[in-house]
Design a protein around this ligand. Structure first.
Ligand code: AKG
Ligand code: FE2
Length: 280
């Protein structure tokens, strides 16, 4: 996957994306670009207001509350339904997703709906396709998106996300899609500008040959040896990015005073499928 051509994202707004490529999701499926990066897709003031609401409603703990941290030592708190974490029990997963739809029906009242921001951007990018919340053939819906709150020390080591290639969840309708992407809004960085923890995308699509390095935690050595390029996605609050989750990616340990908060989705895409499914 390394080549002489630079590997840089397209953006910073939808119009510029289309100047670069008439079919941006297809380009992403082939990892020709590391990401589609839409700056200031959601207003930082709205992020602040919603985070305050999450804390007031007890959906996440306040950053400088040592008592709460002692009672609840989790370094990741989800507001939403994660297929990755809950998918082993399909009935329980779909049941939990009903609760998330109910919660999200009113959670954003008085604010612009940030989930809609992701779906609207994706609908424009997915030329000629229908973007839908992922569903089973009987109509039951997956969670539409998830807030992930990451406290100090939380790390995503080099990995991929793919319901078939990694999670092996063939019992879910989303397994029909060839490609999986993520669409993520930065709700809060862990530190002020410049010093914050940011995701790193490697110019390397997963193959079975790479799996042993991922499992052994030696992907960085592999990448150095094979001159694999990478792109660090420096996000500001309110920025939205889409990337191919079959590219090896990571988020180094959160270190700042604040939790790193994202609104995240996964996206199923096949070039010849009229539907694009979104879930979390
Ligand atoms: O938090 C992020 O920016 C990306 C996390 C991640 O690994 C993913 O969404 O697949
Ligand atoms: Fe991931």
């Amino acid at each position: 996957m390394s080549s002489a051509e630079p590997w840089t994202p397209v953006g910073p707004d939808i119009e510029s994306v289309f100047v670069h490529d008439p079919d941006p999701l297809h380009a992403l499926s082939e990892a020709r670009v590391p990401a589609i990066l839409l700056r200031q897709a959601y207003a930082p003031t709205q992020c602040h207001g919603l985070i305050r609401r999450f804390i007031e409603r007890g959906l996440m703990r306040a950053p400088d509350d040592p008592m709460a941290a002692a009672q609840d030592p989790r370094t990741r708190i989800d507001i939403g339904t994660s297929l990755g974490n809950r998918g082993a029990d399909k009935e329980a997963f779909l049941e939990h997703a009903i609760g998330t739809h109910e919660l999200f029906n009113t959670l954003f009242d008085g604010f612009e709906n940030p989930v809609k921001i992701i779906y609207d951007a994706l609908s424009t990018l997915a030329v000629g396709k229908q973007v839908k919340v992922a569903r089973e053939p009987d109509g039951r819906l997956y969670g539409p998106a998830i807030f992930r709150v990451h406290y100090g020390g939380h790390t995503y080591r080099p990995h991929i996300d793919h319901v078939v290639l990694r999670e092996k969840r063939s019992q879910y309708a989303v397994s029909r899609f060839q490609h999986q992407f993520a669409g993520v809004i930065c709700f809060q960085n862990d530190s002020p500008d410049g010093a914050s923890t940011q995701a790193i995308l490697h110019r390397c699509l997963w193959t079975p040959e790479i799996q042993p390095y991922i499992e052994a935690g030696t992907f960085h050595e592999y990448a150095t040896e094979h001159h694999i390029d990478h792109y660090r996605v420096d996000l500001a609050q309110g920025d939205l990015y889409f990337f191919n989750t079959r590219c090896i990616h990571e988020v180094p340990a959160v270190q700042g005073r604040n939790p790193r908060i994202v609104l995240a989705t996964f996206i199923g895409y096949s070039p010849d499928d009229d539907d694009v499914y979104v879930w979390s």
